[in-house]
Design a protein around this ligand. Structure first.
Ligand code: GRF
Length: 199
């Protein structure tokens, strides 16, 4: 079985969309894959209750309990590795990860970012797109590499910016597309042939 671990920090709507797609599209049968666990760095993340209601194991590794990024990432990696993950999915996980953590999951760590990368890495993407006068915004699913919001692009979708948009209205429009595209990108990743193992 390919175990997928999803990391969240907040509402978990992308996580919920991935769980729904896995169920609807029969990822267990098609890819021998399942959502093994949802892990949050915040105990009050609303997404934890959604995951529990779906019968998915949840865990909290609170960054506040650790003095350094390295110590937090170490504890987080131990919680993830207890699930023997094939794939680790960042879904609204709002922590910057250490190079050691990223290296440990190289090639099996995905993120979604609410802009058309390489435009607008980092925070406040929707406000920055509006202020720049962009007519088109969007989202990017990418493999995570050490540089924040970089890494090979797996999927993108463009979303129009309306003249009267606020950051909130634009974010809501983009988020609806995130819920469609992130599960598709994960399914495509799961469908890829396994990399050849050296003889
Ligand atoms: C999404 O827009 C994601 O792209 C961004 O944070 C938001 C998380 O939403 N990084 P949710 O927790 O999946 O509802």
């Amino acid at each position: 079985m390919k175990n997928i671990v999803i990391l969240i920090s907040g509402s978990g709507s992308n996580m919920a969309a991935i769980v729904r797609a896995a169920e609807r599209e029969g990822w267990a049968r098609r890819f021998d894959a399942r959502i093994a666990a949802v892990i949050s760095n915040k105990a009050d993340a609303a997404g934890l209750a959604i995951a529990r209601a779906q019968g998915i194991a949840t865990e909290v590794v609170a960054h506040k309990d650790f003095d350094t990024r390295e110590a937090f990432d170490g504890a987080l990696a131990r919680a993830i590795d207890a699930q023997a993950p094939t794939l680790v999915v960042l879904a609204g996980f709002m922590r910057i990860l250490t190079p050691a953590f990223v290296a440990h999951y190289e090639g099996r760590l995905l993120n979604i970012h609410p802009s058309l990368l390489p435009a607008f890495p980092g925070l406040r993407t929707h406000q920055r797109a509006i202020e720049a006068g962009c007519r088109v915004a969007g989202l990017t699913v990418h493999e995570v590499t050490v540089e924040l919001d970089h890494g090979p692009i797996l999927a993108q979708a463009a979303v129009p910016v309306m003249p009267d948009d606020t950051a909130d209205t634009l974010a809501a429009r983009v988020l609806a597309h995130e819920h469609r595209v992130y599960p598709q990108a994960i399914a495509a990743w799961l469908a890829r042939p396994a990399p050849a193992t050296p003889a």
